[in-house]
Write a protein of this length. Structure first.
Lengths: 262, 303
């Protein structure tokens, strides 16, 4: 356990740089989907669902539906990019490309490699959130100055989702097995954590389960921030996210070390 | 002189299965040292411990006088590794593979660019510097991995089966490169399945099997000491020849169709056997390392 801290160093940034270099090489592929994705979502929900639901009651006031889901969509982007980077993408690097094996013959340790991957995935999820953020801002869906806190919160949450993805990478035998955590965690977080409708519409036991998931905390915090409100609960939500962003990376590093070094 | 690598009672077990069993090693500066053995003998496990990928289960292992458990980063900074499996970065082109890999060693800037250029010329891949990794042939990939292993100007170069699967041209090119590096003062540790390669390159070598060292020494001396100077291969193994060999008290091995007869003075015995006892083909050849290898590790298939 203690050796994990001893073996972590600033060299983790070399792994981040490697991934960033690759990201820049394929920037068109990396940039266009995150740009179109929010536009698709906002169109579908704004024109489609938005015509059925004109306003949602939130914290005692009526909020236009698009304004209601915009922070939820930023949260979804953060989750998807964080989780998928350290699950499928990291698994490809580790298992098929043997990139980790190559790096481990240099002065980097496995702790450096995994930490570098996590920081990278968190960064990438913030890049994607930033694009979604910019589109939402351009459409006037965010309330400033409070909304400028959205991205720092996304960075913390990106770390949470990245390290969760990495935990599964440490466990799966084949790449197809990621379908299971996607079905059990990612899809439920997409549907039942308050992205598209207030959590209060669900039976109370589902609400209790939902509050165990990072997504619920993220959506709730981002929504309050983006609508310019303030309540005491938001501090607890951010505190929970910070706690998860410290515990899960540690856990994922321990698990990956066990997987790779036997 | 101080040993570059020193192992004492080095052991590695995986879930109770012993992969490397109590081995001792001493490898000197500027030596080319070979690790030979059938599949599963423990060569790669030994190599993985040497470059601090795996921690020894027990025993002592020092590289450059530092223990691997404690000084892994410092040791790895001074080692170049050519792994058994190609692990070039397919997301980056040839040039960026070198640039990004050097950065893991904290080497950046114009010095790295100059070094990369020099190494690409050395391995004959400068014209391919903008190519994708997938577009390189097997031999080119191997050469690029060697160039990559030399980026940090290592004092110890570890080559795990550097020529497996390569055509003769590529293999000879890599052998030339290894000789040049040795002249420049690099210590080389080599594992291989090719006996002629080991005999050609190695100053000393050892043969491992089932995690243990079976025999160790200079390749030429090993052949003379354990096999002799000549080998007579006689096909269609018959009873009459066997009786003759037993009567003459000759050192021989018998397979389903062949006799392998190990002799010090081949000519006389060969004349007798080929004229009097051999119904099929009978050939006389120089003894080689492969004879030593098969003598110690047997002829049964592994894996």
């Amino acid at each position: 356990m203690r050796s994990v801290f001893k073996n972590i160093s600033w060299r983790a940034i070399r792994v981040w740089q490697r991934n960033f270099d690759v990201y820049l090489k394929t920037w068109k592929v990396n940039f266009v989907p995150p740009l179109l994705e929010p536009i698709f979502y906002l169109f579908a929900f704004g024109l489609g669902v938005g015509n059925l639901v004109t306003a949602v009651t939130f914290e005692g006031r009526q909020v236009p539906y698009l304004q209601f889901i915009a922070p939820g969509l930023i949260a979804v982007t953060t989750m998807n990019h964080g989780f998928f980077e350290t699950s499928y993408a990291s698994f490809v690097r580790m298992y098929f490309q043997k990139t980790y094996d190559a790096i481990l013959s240099t002065p980097l340790t496995i702790e450096d490699v995994v930490l570098g991957e996590l920081i990278w995935a968190a960064t990438k999820s913030v890049f994607a959130a930033l694009i979604m953020f910019a589109v939402a801002m351009a459409m006037g869906l965010l309330s400033f100055p409070n909304a400028s806190w959205i991205l720092p919160v996304c960075l913390i949450a990106g770390m949470v989702f990245a390290s969760l993805g990495m935990c599964f990478t440490a466990m799966v035998r084949t790449i197809e097995m990621f379908n299971l955590p996607v079905f059990l965690f990612v899809t439920p977080m997409f549907l039942f954590c308050g992205v598209f409708f207030p959590l209060a519409s669900l039976p109370s036991w589902i609400q209790h389960v939902a509050w165990l998931l990072p997504m619920t905390h993220l959506v709730s915090a981002l929504r309050t921030i983006s609508l310019g409100g303030m309540r005491r609960g938001i501090l607890i939500e951010i505190f929970v996210l910070i706690l998860m962003a410290l515990v899960f990376p540690f856990l994922s590093i321990v698990m990956m070390k066990r997987r790779i070094l036997k | 002189m101080q040993d570059i690598i020193r192992a004492r009672r080095l052991t590695k077990t995986f879930d109770g299965v012993v992969a490397v069993n109590n081995i001792d090693l001493s490898i000197k500066r500027q030596e080319c040292f070979g690790l030979l053995g059938p599949n599963g003998a423990g060569k790669t496990t030994t190599v993985l411990m040497l470059y601090c990928f795996l921690e020894p289960t027990s025993g002592l292992l020092e590289v450059f006088g530092d223990t691997v458990e404690k000084y892994a980063r410092r040791i790895k900074a001074r080692i170049g590794v050519c792994p058994q499996e190609n692990n070039l970065d397919p997301d980056l082109n040839v040039w960026d593979n070198l640039r990004v890999f050097a950065r893991y060693f904290d080497l950046t800037g114009p010095a790295v660019a100059a070094r990369s250029e020099e190494l690409l010329h050395f391995v004959g891949l400068y014209h391919k510097r903008k190519s994708r990794i997938d577009d390189l042939s097997g031999g080119m990939k191997r050469r690029l991995i060697i160039a990559r292993a030399l980026l940090n100007s290592p004092q110890l170069l570890i080559l795990d089966e550097p020529t497996t699967g390569l055509d003769p041209q590529a293999r000879h090119q890599i052998w030339e490169m290894i000789f040049r590096l040795k002249e420049e003062g690099v210590t080389v540790l080599l594992t291989t399945h090719y006996m002629e390669e080991a005999a050609y390159l190695c100053d000393r070598l050892l043969i491992m099997d089932h995690g243990r060292i079976i025999v160790e020494g200079n390749p030429k001396e090993l052949v003379e000491r354990h096999v002799g100077f000549n080998v007579i291969e006689a096909s269609s193994a018959n009873k009459r020849l066997e009786e003759y060999l037993l009567a003459k008290d000759l050192n021989f091995e018998k397979t389903y169709r062949h006799f392998f007869i190990y002799v010090k003075d081949g000519g006389k015995t060969f004349a007798e056997i080929s004229q009097g006892y051999c119904s099929g083909q009978c050939t006389l050849r120089m003894a080689n390392l492969e004879d030593v290898f098969l003598k110690f590790t047997g002829r049964e298939l592994r894996d």
